[in-house]
Design a protein. Structure first.
Length: 332
């Protein structure tokens, strides 16, 4: 059977096809893979090349092409495989807004409904209202301690002296230092920058104006307490009592009832949910009670993480506002 390619046609076809650059021996080995070419000795190199070109153009040498150098393969553009679009992941720049600034904020807020919620005997919320004031310093960049600062102005009342005022200041500072400073650690969890921990400290600043609260030192006073922005105490008020009353300035509630009924109080966690109810009996608890704390029993020195949740709540809100993303804070 005469092959359709003559010598002239072979020459013209090969001039347009890169197979012309392939070595004759390579083309003979390639053509030998086909059963119909049992004896290639009768074919000239030009005829072998013509057969290879014809068969490869017709797609009849797919397996054998694997053995031919790239330069000898037909100049056919492959159909690109369509790949699925990769998932887009926002780039994370560890240097972008990662603990790059220290922050501070004046706090003036209602504690009831934000830090805690007291309940009546029947389980309905009390309608108590208040306003607490202080300032927080969050050293997100420099590290160290988150500082809760309160500015007090002291006023001596009838029957007291400068010595009494100085003693009152010292006891208030000692009470806060002993019972509150350095007790807990706040952990801030930034989804882009990781976790960072801060000790919680307290600072008392005595001022003549611009105070958060006024401390009125009386010769005697029925019962120390905070009403509005005024703390009333007496010369004999102890450091422990100051620690308890200053806690109200931060927004901590009494964990006892103001009525004749056993009531409850719940604290808000940093995530905004309410914690389990705490029993709040009238008059408070015995110092030796298993659940006694500094906020429920006279002279109890026990504090719990819930007593610092308000710091986490305000620090979390501050960082979220400054960084523009959700930061989670907790107390350890």
């Amino acid at each position: 059977m005469k092959h359709p390619f003559g010598d002239a046609a072979d020459a013209r076809y090969m001039a347009r096809n890169p197979l012309e650059d392939a070595a004759p021996a390579s083309l003979r080995r390639l053509l030998a893979t086909r059963s119909e070419f049992s004896d290639l000795s009768r074919l000239s190199d030009a005829q072998v090349r013509a057969h290879v070109v014809a068969l490869s153009s017709a797609g009849r040498l797919p397996a054998a092409l694997e053995g031919v150098p790239e330069i000898a393969r037909p100049n056919v553009e492959p159909i690109p495989k369509e790949e699925p679009a990769p998932a887009v992941t926002p780039p994370k720049d560890p240097k972008k807004k990662c603990w790059i600034e220290d922050y501070e904020k004046e706090i003036s807020t209602a504690s009831y409904g934000r830090y805690s919620r007291p309940y009546k005997k029947d389980g309905t919320p009390h309608g108590y209202s208040d306003k607490v004031q202080y300032k927080i310093y969050v050293p997100a960049k420099t590290g160290g301690a988150i500082t809760v600062e309160i500015k007090f102005k002291v006023e001596a009342q009838a029957g007291t002296s400068s010595v009494d005022v100085t003693a009152a200041k010292t006891k208030l500072e000692n009470g806060v230092s002993t019972h509150w400073s350095g007790k807990y650690t706040l952990e801030a969890d930034d989804p882009e920058c990781g976790k960072k921990s801060f000790r919680i400290d307290y600072r008392i600043v005595w001022v003549s104006s611009g105070q958060h609260y006024t401390v009125k030192v009386h010769a005697t006073y029925p019962r120390a307490g905070v009403t509005g922005s005024v703390m009333n105490v007496e010369k004999a008020t102890s450091a422990w009592t100051y620690a308890h009353e200053v806690a109200h300035c931060f927004g901590l509630p009494d964990e006892y009832s103001y009525t004749a009924d056993i009531e409850t109080v719940k604290y808000f966690k940093p995530d905004g949910t309410l914690d389990a109810a705490i029993s709040a009996p009238p008059g408070g608890k015995a110092k030796t009670a298993a659940d006694a704390t500094i906020m429920s029993a006279v002279d109890s020195t026990k504090t719990l993480p819930r007593h610092a949740w308000y710091v986490a709540i305000e620090t979390q809100a501050l960082l979220n506002a400054k960084l523009g993303r959700t930061i989670k804070c907790n107390i350890k």
